[in-house]
Design a protein around this ligand. Structure first.
Ligand code: 3HC
Length: 311
């Protein structure tokens, strides 16, 4: 009965065990996982666009090859995560329809433009850096398929972060114009990358329950602090300035003191009014429509194979 099932579920969570697709789970647990994993998958797929913008414009064959590999990785991350979400009872078509209809959230960070090559460095260093801080704890998420997908994704993210750092380092060792381009990109991506961790803890409706279910292991603000702590020494090595004049280590409070994040901008982007929201969705919709013939051909081929197998 329901009470016994709930008790078994609670014991698994308490014992740091994984919940697997066939296990009983509270409907609310299933619902929040579909919510988070589908949004995570959408983020990976939409995240291909800002970087894709520079594949044909990369400054060398080496940079082009690295960027293509990274964008392909993001596509793969999206597919692992859509597959993990499908184990919870939602279909790929439903998730795609939600995204294309503008009904689904995806990470705010991908609604910003990439006007220069230095943005490829800032995205790798800051966006993938933030993603690593957020995703490493998710490897221990209580839902099996999600945690296991994260292990594979985190391995590839570290390459993404390193190549971004290296792009910025090369620019910072270049001409004054290249140094300025790198600093401009850091200025444009720093604050939006802090918003990737979500709203402040006292304005995070999902955190308490997600932490109780051991989906979320650390709070939004905790991971944001960890991320900034990682950036400060790396910014010093790069010779770039983090665009927060207030930023300093508060020894008494044992935390990074920083300026207030612009949460109005955050909510505007979440409501679809960021600089690139409309374009990102239009491109995703067009890609889906342009790919319809491939899906139809594959489905027809599978039907004929099945018919032939039946003899
Ligand atoms: N962009 C868009 N929506 C955001 C957001 C952001 N940066 N931060 C928070 N939100 C949304 C939440 O989804 C939630 O809305 P919902 O209830 O409709 O889903 C609302 O704002 C309140 O936030 P909460 O803190 O209550 O929500 P969560 O507990 O879900 O925490 C989160 C938000 C930390 C982003 C969490 O969902 C999470 O860890 N998600 C998985 C990881 C992820 O999506 N990372 C960003 C993708 S970047 C990436 O992976 C690509 C990389 O490879 C480059």
């Amino acid at each position: 009965d329901e009470a016994a099932e709930q008790a078994t579920f609670d014991a698994l969570i308490a014992a740091e065990q994984r919940i697997e697709p066939r296990d009983w789970m509270p409907e609310a647990y299933r619902k929040t996982l579909i919510r988070q994993i589908s949004q995570h998958a959408h983020s990976e797929i939409i995240g291909m666009q800002p970087e894709g913008n520079w594949i044909t414009r990369a400054p060398s064959l080496k940079r082009k090859a690295i960027l293509m590999a990274k964008v392909q990785d993001e596509a793969g991350h999206g597919l692992y995560l859509y597959s993990a979400a499908q184990t919870l009872g939602i279909t790929r078509d439903e998730m795609t329809e939600q995204l294309i209809a503008g009904k689904a959230k995806y990470s705010s960070i991908f609604n910003y433009p990439t006007p220069t090559w230095a943005d490829m460095g800032a995205i790798g260093w800051l966006v993938d850096g933030a993603a690593i801080c957020n995703q490493v704890p998710l490897c221990r998420a209580s839902y099996g398929p999600y945690g296991r997908a994260m292990v594979r994704i985190c391995k590839e993210e570290s390459f993404h972060q390193r190549q971004g750092f290296e792009i910025l380092l090369a620019l910072m060792q270049g001409t004054p114009a290249q140094r300025q381009m790198a600093q401009d990109a850091v200025n444009r991506w720093y604050w939006p990358s802090l918003m990737m961790f979500g709203p402040p803890d006292d304005e995070s409706p999902n955190s308490a329950q997600s932490m109780e279910w051991k989906i979320k292991r650390f709070s939004n603000d905790e991971l944001r602090q960890r991320f900034v702590g990682m950036l400060v020494p790396q910014a010093a090595v790069l010779g770039v300035t983090l665009p927060d004049p207030e930023l300093r280590w508060d020894e008494d409070a044992q935390r990074w003191h920083m300026s207030e994040i612009d949460w109005t901008e955050f909510h505007e982007v979440l409501r679809g009014r960021g600089p690139m929201n409309a374009e990102r969705l239009r491109n995703r919709r067009n890609a889906h429509e342009d790919g319809a013939w491939v899906r139809e051909a594959a489905a027809e081929y599978a039907r004929r194979q099945a018919a032939r197998a039946e003899g």
